[in-house]
Design a protein around this ligand. Structure first.
Ligand code: FPP
Length: 304
């Protein structure tokens, strides 16, 4: 939904009657919009283990438990799309032992949690360069993706061998090939066309990007999709990030005012009805443009 200026508005989402009483009580207590599309940069596994004098791999193993907890909690709370940064293209630079351990954990997770996914109506998808993964991990992914294809409650996307810049570069390459082959006209290339060439064009723009372990970086994650996501950083390392911490992040989101480069609704209303602008109290934007029409920047549109 957009307001008169074409700015997407957060509307109070209907709470599904299927939610359990605890989830419903949490949703009702939010007093603000619910983040239906959440993406998470799961950081701090290594630090969590090292702080305890353990090997880094133990942190990843405990991190896998957090993946299970958060995936289940998200589905129970009514999140529609959860995207987890599980392995970046840059992560290939880690020692072979750690990379192999991560790939094995991925397979273990996929096999062990199929039942959880089926019980919670979770559909699994993956984004990234799947061809980089070892065959055993690809197979486990393909099997779980096929098994869960009919589930509709929540979509869990695992970003694997993923990089936001690579995703955009891969998309541009596909666009150029389609133009060269006459399948796409140059004048038809737009933001929305390009989106259709991303790894999974159905990936919704995240409302909220959460990063654990305190770093204030996007680290090449969902560069296209997260343009206007709200960002939430916690000092908790990923293995310590469970339902309670997730609910804190959702609560913080509910208190945010999203502007998408424009003005919040009440300020837009005030601007349109202020004496300087009052040409008869019209609810139309001051420029007289149709809602959402790109053109002359409106007042305040430069601030992001
Ligand atoms: C970042 O912690 C985390 C990763 C590179 C991998 C994330 C993997 C998991 C959560 C476990 C397995 C995943 C699935 C989907 C089953 P880090 O090692 O960079 O931590 P550090 O910054 O403290 O070193």
């Amino acid at each position: 939904m957009t307001d008169a200026s074409g700015i997407p508005q957060s509307v109070p989402q209907a709470i599904s009657p299927d939610l359990d009483p605890e989830a419903r009580a949490f949703r009702e207590s939010l007093n603000g919009p619910f983040a239906e599309h959440v993406a998470i940069i799961m950081d701090g596994n290594g630090r969590w283990a090292q702080e305890r004098g353990w090997l880094r791999v133990r942190g990843h193993k405990e991190g896998m438990e957090s993946v299970r907890h958060i995936t289940t909690a998200a589905a129970e709370l009514g999140v529609k799309s959860l995207t987890l940064y599980a392995f970046s293209r840059e992560n290939w630079k880690r020692p072979d032992l750690e990379v192999t351990a991560l790939m094995r954990l991925l397979r273990l997770f996929l096999r062990r949690e199929r039942k959880t996914m089926m019980n919670n109506g979770i559909r699994l998808l993956a984004i990234g360069r799947m061809e980089d993964l070892p065959r055993f991990a690809q197979r486990a992914l393909e099997e779980t993706i096929a098994l869960t294809a009919g589930n509709t409650k929540m979509t869990l996307r695992l970003a694997l061998s993923y990089g936001g810049r690579t995703e955009i570069a891969d998309a541009v390459l596909k666009v150029s090939r389609d133009i060269a082959a006459g399948r796409l006209k140059e004048e038809d290339v737009s933001e929305e066309t390009l989106r259709g060439y991303l790894y999974d064009p159905t990936t919704p723009d995240p409302d909220l990007v959460i990063r654990t372990a305190g770093e204030m970086r996007l680290s090449n994650f969902l560069l296209w999709q997260a343009s206007y996501a709200e960002f939430y950083v916690t000092d908790d390392c990923w293995p310590d990030f469970r339902r309670e911490q997730f609910e804190l992040a959702l609560r913080a989101y509910a208190g945010r005012k999203r502007k998408f480069g424009g003005l919040p609704q009440q300020d837009t209303d005030a601007a349109n009805t202020s004496p300087a602008n009052s040409g008869g109290g019209s609810a139309e934007p001051a420029t007289g443009q149709a809602p959402g029409t790109p053109g002359r920047p409106k007042r305040g549109a430069q601030s992001a």
